[in-house]
Write a protein that binds this ligand. Structure first.
Ligand code: ATP
Ligand code: MG
Length: 396
C-alpha cells in the first residue's frame, strides 16, 4: 500500500516473480516509470518496467531457468520471458554526454537508484516503487501527479538539449493525461522546439499521433502553435483554432490542422498509409461544395454517389464543415444523411440489387457494365425504379 495516496498497487504475478528473483539474490529491484505513474493515477498500467542494481549479466543469471531476450543488453536491459511475457529489467544507469540532441554517447551503470531516477524525463515518470520500501519519490513526482503537471527532472533546457524526443513526450503526456505543462518546462519547449529536427520521422510520428489521441490534444496544439509550425510549417488561423476547441477525435484534429494545406505535408513524418489516405480524403471531401441544390435526401444521395463518398466519409465531411463553420444549413444536411442511412438507401454500385455478372449474362460488355450500373443507381436514387433486380432488368 502506498501511504501517500492509500492506493493499493496491484502487481501481476509474473512481475512479482521477476522482482523476487532479483531480491532473493540480494539485488535491489523496483518498479519505475509509467507503471508507477499510472498506479498513482488510479489506472492499471499497460506495461511494467523494472530497474535494478544488478548488472545486466547478473540479471541474466537470476533467470537461468527462463528464456531471456538480450537485444537491449548494451543499454542495460534484459528481458526474461515469464508466463509468456517479456519483462524488461534495466540496470540503474546514467546517460553520458549527448552530442546529437537525441542519443546518449554512452550509457554508464550505477549502483544508486537516485542516479537512475535523475536521468528520467519528467518528475511523474521518475518515481520508483517496491513492496518493502513503498514509493520512492526524489523529485516531487507524486505532488506533480496531484497537481496534474508535467515538469522536467532537473533543468528543462538541458534535458531537452540532451534528448529532443522529450519535447514531444512532454506534449504527448500533457495531451494524453490532461496535464498542464509547468511554466519553465513549457517555456523551454518553445525555446528549443527547433531541436525536433534531430528526432527521427518514425519517433516523431508515433508521438504526434499519440498526442492527437489525447483528450487534451487540442489545448496542447493551441498552447504550443510552435509544434505544427516546426513540424509542418503550418500556422493555425482563427477558424482552425475555434474548430480545434470543438474537435473530439484524432482524425478530426489532424484534418483541421491540414485543412488549408496538403496531406503531402504529413509525408515528412512517414505516416502509415491508412492515416495518410484518410487525411487526404477528408481534406478533399471537406472542399466539396455543398449548395442549396444538395439540400434534400435524393440530392444529397446523388452528391455522395457522384463524389465517390460513402456514408462514413460523408459524415466526416459534414462534421468537418460543422467544426469549421463553413456549411450553409448543416442540420438539414445532417438530417438528410441520417434519414438516408437509417433507411439504408443505396449510394454505392455494390449496393445495387444487380451485379456486373448479371449484366454480363444479358450481353453487356466491358466499360458499358460500369456505365449501366451508374445509370441504374442514379435511377434508384432518383426514385424512378425500385432497387430490385427484376425491376432493374426491365429498364435494360
Ligand atoms: P507509456 O505509458 O507511453 O508507456 P512510459 O512513461 O512508460 O509511458 P516509456 O517510453 O515506456 O514511457 O518509458 C519508460 C520510462 O523510461 C519513462 O517513464 C521514463 O522514466 C523513462 N524514459 C523513456 N523515454 C525517456 C527519454 N527520452 N528520456 C528520459 N527518460 C525516458
Ligand atoms: Mg511504458
Amino acid at each position: 500500500m502506498d501511504k501517500g495516496t492509500g492506493k493499493k498497487i496491484i502487481i501481476p504475478d509474473y512481475i512479482k516473480t521477476a522482482l523476487l528473483a532479483l531480491e532473493s539474490r540480494g539485488f535491489k529491484a523496483y518498479l519505475v516509470g509509467g507503471c508507477v505513474r499510472d498506479f498513482l493515477l488510479g489506472k492499471q498500467p499497460s506495461d511494467f518496467d523494472i530497474t535494478t542494481d544488478a548488472l545486466p549479466r547478473q540479471t541474466k543469471s537470476c533467470f537461468a531457468e527462463y528464456e531471456v531476450l538480450t537485444n537491449g543488453i548494451k543499454h542495460g536491459t534484459v528481458a526474461p520471458i515469464i508466463e509468456h511475457k517479456a519483462v524488461e529489467i534495466t540496470t540503474f544507469r546514467t546517460d553520458g554526454g549527448y552530442s546529437d540532441n537525441r542519443h546518449p554517447d554512452k550509457v554508464e551503470f550505477t549502483a544508486r537508484l537516485k542516479d537512475d531516477l535523475s536521468r528520467r524525463d519528467f518528475t511523474v515518470n521518475a518515481i520508483a516503487y517496491s513492496e518493502q520500501e513503498g514509493i520512492i519519490d526524489l523529485f516531487g513526482g507524486t505532488e506533480d501527479i496531484k497537481k496534474k503537471t508535467i515538469r522536467c527532472v532537473g533543468e528543462a533546457d538541458r534535458r531537452f538539449g540532451e534528448d529532443a524526443l522529450r519535447i514531444l513526450r512532454a506534449l504527448r503526456f500533457a495531451a494524453a493525461l490532461s496535464f498542464e505543462i509547468e511554466k519553465e518546462t513549457g517555456n523551454s519547449i518553445k525555446k528549443n522546439i527547433a531541436l525536433l529536427k534531430n528526432v527521427s520521422a518514425e519517433r516523431t510520428y508515433g508521438e504526434f499521433i499519440k498526442l492527437l489521441q489525447g483528450d487534451n490534444a487540442s489545448e496542447i496544439l493551441l498552447s504550443f502553435p510552435c509544434l505544427c509550425q516546426t513540424l509542418f510549417g503550418i500556422s493555425l488561423n482563427g477558424r482552425q483554432r475555434a474548430a480545434l476547441k470543438k474537435a473530439k477525435t484524432a482524425e478530426e484534429r489532424l484534418a483541421i490542422v491540414f485543412i488549408y494545406s496538403s496531406a503531402e505535408l504529413l509525408k515528412c513524418l512517414k505516416p502509415d498509409n491508412k492515416t495518410y489516405n484518410r487525411l487526404s480524403d477528408n481534406i478533399k471531401n471537406y472542399r466539396l461544395r455543398l449548395t442549396e441544390k444538395s439540400l434534400g435526401v435524393k440530392e444529397q444521395e446523388l452528391f455522395i454517389f457522384e463524389n465517390g463518398l460513402d456514408y462514413e466519409s460523408a459524415e466526416t465531411m459534414l462534421r468537418l464543415k460543422e467544426l469549421m463553420g463553413t456549411a450553409l444549413d448543416i442540420n438539414r444536411f445532417k438530417a438528410c444523411l441520417e434519414y438516408s442511412k437509417a433507411n439504408a438507401h443505396p449510394i454505392k454500385i455494390s449496393e445495387l440489387d444487380i451485379t456486373g455478372n448479371d449484366l454480363k449474362q444479358i450481353g453487356i460488355k466491358g466499360k458499358k457494365i460500369k456505365l449501366t450500373q451508374e445509370l441504374l443507381l442514379k435511377s434508384v436514387i432518383e426514385g424512378k425504379v425500385k432497387n430490385e433486380k427484376k425491376e432493374l432488368l426491365k429498364l435494360l
